[in-house]
Design a protein around this ligand. Structure first.
Ligand SMILES: N[C@@H](CCC(=O)N[C@@H](CS)C(=O)NCC(=O)O)C(=O)O
Length: 213
């Protein structure tokens, strides 16, 4: 998400990206930069900022480039709501759904997005024009759109015209395109290993339950 943000703000030359291998994190990262040892984080003016959503807001207010929040108070309020929702509900619920009833539970989350996209009709993005909200959702929607057909034979855009249009419009933004996952197969494998064993256990559980009944 931070990567999408830097690129879309045109800050490639102002911010130096340092990739961190999560499987083999260098000691200096935890010791000298970010004690939680998570990514992303950013050092700026001798301060370290973490948490993707805080970073999006920080970069938007502290660097040059177009503001990614409109002035309209109604839109700002909706932005706050949607950004908080991505973190507290949308992302965790979709991940949780992979171990339960993905099509229904994740489906409800994509329906929420479809409805949110209907609110402002002065553009294809969440607040009409492109904003911080799109940045908050983009990396997750991208991954779910790739994984759900593979894992659950489920296309997140079927019957959701606004979401389909949002994805189409996002894909036209060069800064965003450069941040997208290129190795779909690896990503799907990673998701399958992480989520599908849980699914198998649950199915076994159900069988066991049926047997006992
Ligand atoms: N809420 C944090 C989550 C950060 C996070 O969990 N990052 C993952 C990678 S996407 C990570 O560093 N995982 C390694 C770990 O949890 O030790 C954010 O949005 O920045």
């Amino acid at each position: 998400m931070a990567f999408v943000n830097f690129n879309l703000e045109g800050l490639q030359d102002k911010i130096k990206l340092v990739p961190i291998d999560l499987k083999n994190r260098p000691d200096w990262y935890k010791e000298k930069v970010y004690p939680t040892n998570k990514v992303p984080s950013m050092e700026h003016n001798n301060k370290v900022i973490g948490e993707s959503l805080d970073l999006v807001k920080y970069v938007d207010s502290n660097f040059e480039g177009p503001s990614l929040l409109p002035d309209d108070p109604e839109k700002r309020k909706f932005a706050e709501e949607l950004i908080a929702y991505s973190d507290t509900t949308f992302v965790p619920e979709v991940y949780r759904s992979f171990a339960k009833d993905a099509r229904t539970l994740a489906g409800a989350q994509f329906d929420y997005l479809e409805k949110a996209l209907l609110k402002f009709d002065d553009g294809p993005f969440f607040l009409g024009q492109f904003s911080q909200v799109d940045i908050a959702y983009a990396p997750f929607i991208e991954r779910f759109q790739v994984f759900m057909p593979e894992g659950f034979d489920y296309d997140i855009t079927t019957g959701r015209h606004k979401l389909a249009k949002w994805i189409e419009e996002m894909n036209k933004l060069d800064g965003y395109k450069q941040t997208k996952v290129l190795e779909h197969e690896k990503m799907v494998e990673y998701y399958k290993n992480r989520f599908l064993p849980v699914l198998t256990l649950q199915i076994l559980d159900t069988f066991l339950f049926l047997f006992l009944v």
